[in-house]
Design a protein around this ligand. Structure first.
Ligand SMILES: NC(=O)c1ccc[n+]([C@@H]2O[C@H](COP(=O)([O-])OP(=O)(O)OC[C@H]3O[C@@H](n4cnc5c(N)ncnc54)[C@H](O)[C@@H]3O)[C@@H](O)[C@H]2O)c1
Ligand SMILES: [Zn+2]
Ligand SMILES: [Zn+2]
Length: 375
């Protein structure tokens, strides 16, 4: 049986801000086909606005359109297709990489790099290859990263879902799907922050602040927060940054001075290539620079190559925080509950589905950290 839903569909990329007037996301009624084998019909209860959605809206990441956007969500299973190991009523967090479980990357324990998952996400289909949304005029909106969170209901591969404790409020649970997995995973796993480390985080949005909280939990002794927005520096200070530095070319020297020659672990979440170059230069000898931000695909990076060898540096990309969602969502939720990863601090605004374009204006101007649509 099909389900009726309302979803925020990106009809055209590259429309100029302010989005409150250009309205790139159209709220439209859609029908959803029933979940196929291994799929779930989920009632979305909360969905976060991430910069990766904004990059699709502004055209710096091209995706097939029209597309029902959103990829950070929590909700409730309504119907489980054949063989999907979930039951109606289960509370789930959705992860933006459906991991097949069988490809060489999945078998190696790196589900964030799942090959069929990446192919499905690139073409805007579910993991099984299908499309489940249909518009009244016959258009078939694509799925964003297998999730399409900005919809009252969605159909996902069960491989996109992680069961969570029903006590966790949906608006907090949603944050774990992208910001927390990505940011905390980048600090714990990709950077491997160790007790006593000097750490710098560039970019203090949902992802960067999650990285900052995780670096603190992992025992960073010096924790430098960098952003171009003053209010974000203040928030970082309240969340445990020992130092704040205004973003810009002088940030490198400031970090090198604070940390006595560079931070052991530096995480860049800006998606701005010159900032990644700054992050590399702010890293200590023997240190690790991790990049999480997703720059425009046309951009290239220039680095002093000798330093990589003679200073034994590591430059590492981090996708989905190098996490294993089924292991790490419950792990990070446990840390939140224990008070060591207070990620509720990321939630800056609650909005309705109809206010989604206004929400992207706030993300674009840097006024918001994590905004969550509560359905
Ligand atoms: N690798 C992954 O798996 C993954 C997952 C989610 C998001 N992302 C990417 O991570 C990035 C961050 O996402 P977000 O939702 O937290 O974005 P955001 O817009 O909320 O945060 C980015 C922050 O960077 C700051 N910034 C911009 N220019 C700067 C500069 N020159 N110096 C210092 N700070 C600067 C902004 O003020 C903002 O606070 C985006 O590029 C997003 O696409 C990657
Ligand atoms: Zn995201
Ligand atoms: Zn796989």
């Amino acid at each position: 049986m099909s389900t009726s839903t309302r979803a925020a569909v990106l009809v055209e990329s590259g429309r100029p801000a302010p989005y409150a007037s250009s309205r790139p996301l159209e709220i439209m009624p859609l029908t959803l086909e029933a979940p196929g084998p291994g799929e779930l019909l989920v009632r979305v209860r909360a969905a976060g606005l991430c910069h990766s959605d904004l990059s699709v809206i502004d055209g710096s990441r091209l995706r097939p359109l029209p597309m029902a956007l959103g990829h950070e969500a929590a909700g409730e299973v309504v119907e489980a297709g054949q063989g999907a190991e979930f039951a109606p009523g289960d509370h789930v967090v959705l992860s933006f990489v459906p991991a097949c479980g069988h490809c060489p990357r999945c078998v190696a324990g790196r589900p964030a790099l799942c090959e069929p998952g990446a192919a499905a996400n690139g073409s805007g289909t579910l993991l099984g290859g299908g499309l489940r949304f249909a518009a009244a005029d016959g258009a078939r909106p694509r799925h964003h990263l297998g999730v399409s969170a900005f919809s009252e209901y969605t159909v996902v591969s069960a491989r996109s879902a992680v069961k969570i404790d029903p006590e966790l409020p949906f608006e907090i649970a949603a944050l774990f799907g992208c910001a927390v997995l990505t940011g905390a995973g980048a600090a714990f796993y990709s950077a491997g922050v160790s007790p006593g480390d000097g750490v710098a985080v560039f970019g203090l949005g949902g992802v960067g602040l999650a990285a900052l909280l995780a670096a603190k939990a992992a025992g960073a002794a010096t924790l430098v927060a960098v952003d171009v927005v003053g209010a974000k520096l203040e928030l970082a200070r309240r969340l445990g940054a020992t130092h704040t530095v205004a973003g810009g070319p002088d940030a490198v020297e400031a970090i090198r001075e604070i940390t006595g020659g560079g931070a052991e672990k530096v995480v860049d979440t800006t998606g701005v290539v010159p900032v990644l170059e700054q992050a590399y230069r702010a890293t200590a000898r023997g240190g690790t620079t991790v990049t999480v931000g997703l720059p425009d695909p046309s951009r290239e990076l220039t680095l002093p190559a000798l330093s990589l060898v003679a200073e034994e540096r590591t430059l590492r990309g981090s996708y989905l925080g190098s996490c294993v969602p089924r292991r790490d969502v419950p792990r990070f939720v446990g840390m939140y509950r224990a008070g060591v990863l207070p990620v509720d601090a990321l939630l800056s605004h609650r909005l309705t589905l109809d206010e989604v374009n206004e929400g992207f204006d706030r993300l674009h101007t840097g006024e918001a950290v994590r905004q969550v649509i509560v359905m």
